[in-house]
Ligand binder design. Structure first.
Ligand SMILES: Cc1cc2nc3c(=O)[nH]c(=O)nc-3n(C[C@H](O)[C@H](O)[C@H](O)COP(=O)(O)OP(=O)(O)OC[C@H]3O[C@@H](n4cnc5c(N)ncnc54)[C@H](O)[C@@H]3O)c2cc1C
Length: 460
């Protein structure tokens, strides 16, 4: 069985967590920053693991954030950086922590230059809120991560979150051009810039993106933006009526043919037969769903080309309202409460069919979806995922699936799992030689392991 504690750095083991009362933390924060700057949460809000309650601090400015981190460092408090607190359960169960510091009140748009297609915002701005503002100028940051619409841009960058549109627009790394962070000692640094230009030297923006709050608190970010497309169409290719692996294989081959052609869909999602009847597609067959965001004329010719490439498949163009319903339901259902398990399997696009076949055989109860162009397979399942398997064998089963992915040069991440299972495995998996580099970076950025202890890759 994988042992998730073996990767821990020496720091945490050398300096055990100090016991500090909630009252003391609250008192110190409130006396320094004011009554409204700290609260205790007991239910699901800002929940990290199975802690009964947690203190959350809400700085209103970067200066306040910096002062709060200085206080935390002086008091040796371990801190979980947070945005809106919608996905703090992601990652290994933390060694333990004293408080979360949320950027939810650090949410101003600092600069927005429509003429330059750039914007600088504080970390607590939501993607949905900012894109609404930018829509007035027919612009957007073209990201569509799964999860809550209240997700902050800081949280999206910290988790490198993306959705179906990654097919054409990539991930937060592709849109972030500058960043301002606050370090564990309260120091503030900046990387990159506010204008679109090549970054010289080591690109720290890329380092902070996807660091899951393990290195610093992201306080401010600059993004480049895109003009919003004028037209939006969705087409669906269906595999044959026999819902078997051979049909999935044929659709995967179609995916590769489309990727190799001049057709450029903005999203290309492969969906296994589903029992979600709210999706306006045939639920009984494997489907390949293509979304096109572009000028109407370009889309028309792209759809004609795609139809030619996939002429041996039945296909349909969704009506405008069905397309809207499809993407809304598809997005929401990804993070539905019904899923006890959410796994992300990263493979080479060319291996997509083999991965789908393996998962179908091993986990026939699971719902399967894939970002077909990038080879990312998502496995969603309820508590019946391991039906018939003894409880103590369940984490081992995930480890075996992970090994299977590693043999193919891929990876398996556990995005969601019941705590009693998560407790016994490493959410991230073995990152091999990179672990040494990650620990080295953690040591340099956060030598006392004040940030998110034990939650990230290699136990850092
Ligand atoms: C149920 C659920 C499932 C999801 N599934 C997916 C998925 O399949 N794929 C995907 O790409 N995304 C997924 N997401 C993530 C989602 O797209 C957002 O990235 C996420 O919700 C961030 O929102 P938040 O502001 O609430 O961040 P939080 O939940 O507050 O924080 C998320 C993580 O980012 C860190 N963090 C937050 N803000 C900062 C900051 N300012 N500085 C440093 N670190 C910070 C936290 O420490 C934590 O590790 C999911 C979200 C939810 C709620």
């Amino acid at each position: 069985m994988e042992n998730r504690t073996t990767g821990l750095t020496g720091n945490l083991e050398a300096e055990p967590l100090r016991k500090v009362s909630t009252e003391h933390i609250l008192h110190r924060l409130r006396e320094m920053f004011g009554e409204d700057r700290a609260r205790v949460f007991v239910a699901d809000s800002f929940r990290v693991a199975d802690e009964p309650q947690r203190v959350v601090a809400f700085p209103h400015s970067i200066e306040e954030l910096s002062e709060m981190l200085k206080l935390a460092a002086d008091e040796h408090w371990r801190v979980i950086p947070a945005g809106a607190g919608t996905w703090l359960t992601m990652g290994n169960v933390p060694v333990s922590f004293h408080l979360a510091i949320s950027t939810a009140r650090l949410n101003r748009v600092i600069e927005y230059e429509p003429a330059d297609l750039t914007a600088t915002v504080e970390a607590g701005c939501t993607l949905a809120g900012f894109n609404q503002l930018a829509a007035e100028h027919r612009q957007w940051i073209p990201l569509d991560p799964f999860g809550d619409p209240g997700a902050t841009l800081g949280g999206i960058v910290a988790t490198a979150s993306s959705g179906p549109l990654r097919c054409a627009y990539g991930t937060p790394r592709d849109w972030l051009i500058g960043i301002r962070v606050v370090h564990a000692n309260g120091g503030v640094t900046r990387a990159g810039g506010k204008v679109v230009k090549n970054v010289a030297g080591y690109d720290l923006c890329k380092l902070y993106t996807g660091s899951f709050g393990s290195l610093a608190v992201i306080a401010e970010m600059s993004f480049k933006m895109r003009a919003t497309p004028t037209s939006d169409k969705t087409m669906v290719f269906y595999a044959g009526a026999a819902a078997g692996a051979a049909e999935a294989e044929r659709l995967c081959a179609l995916t590769l043919r489309i990727t190799d052609s001049d057709v450029q869909p903005s999203a290309m999602e492969l969906i296994a037969p589903t029992n979600n009847h709210a999706l306006p597609i045939d639920p009984k067959r494997f489907a390949l769903v293509l979304r096109f965001l572009n000028e109407a004329e370009t889309i028309e010719s792209q759809i004609a080309d795609a139809a030619r490439i996939g002429c041996d498949f039945e296909h349909a163009l969704l009506s405008e309202s069905d397309a809207k319903t499809f993407w809304r339901v598809y997005h929401d259902s990804e993070t539905d409460e019904q899923w006890d398990f959410s796994l992300r399997l990263n493979a080479l696009p060319a291996d997509l069919d083999a991965v789908i076949k393996d998962v179908n055989q091993l986990l026939p109860q699971a719902t399967l979806r894939a970002h077909a162009a990038s080879g990312v397979v998502r496995v969603l399942a309820g508590e019946d995922l391991f039906e018939g398997l003894q409880i103590k064998r369940r984490p081992k089963f995930i480890a075996e699936l992970r090994k299977m992915m590693q043999v193919r040069g891929g990876q398996l991440l556990v995005l969601r799992a019941p705590e009693k299972i998560k407790d016994q495995l490493d959410t991230w998996g073995d990152v091999g030689a990179t672990a040494h580099l990650m620990r080295d970076l953690k040591q340099r950025f956060d030598p006392q392991s004040l940030f998110s202890p034990g939650r990230f890759v290699a136990g850092i």
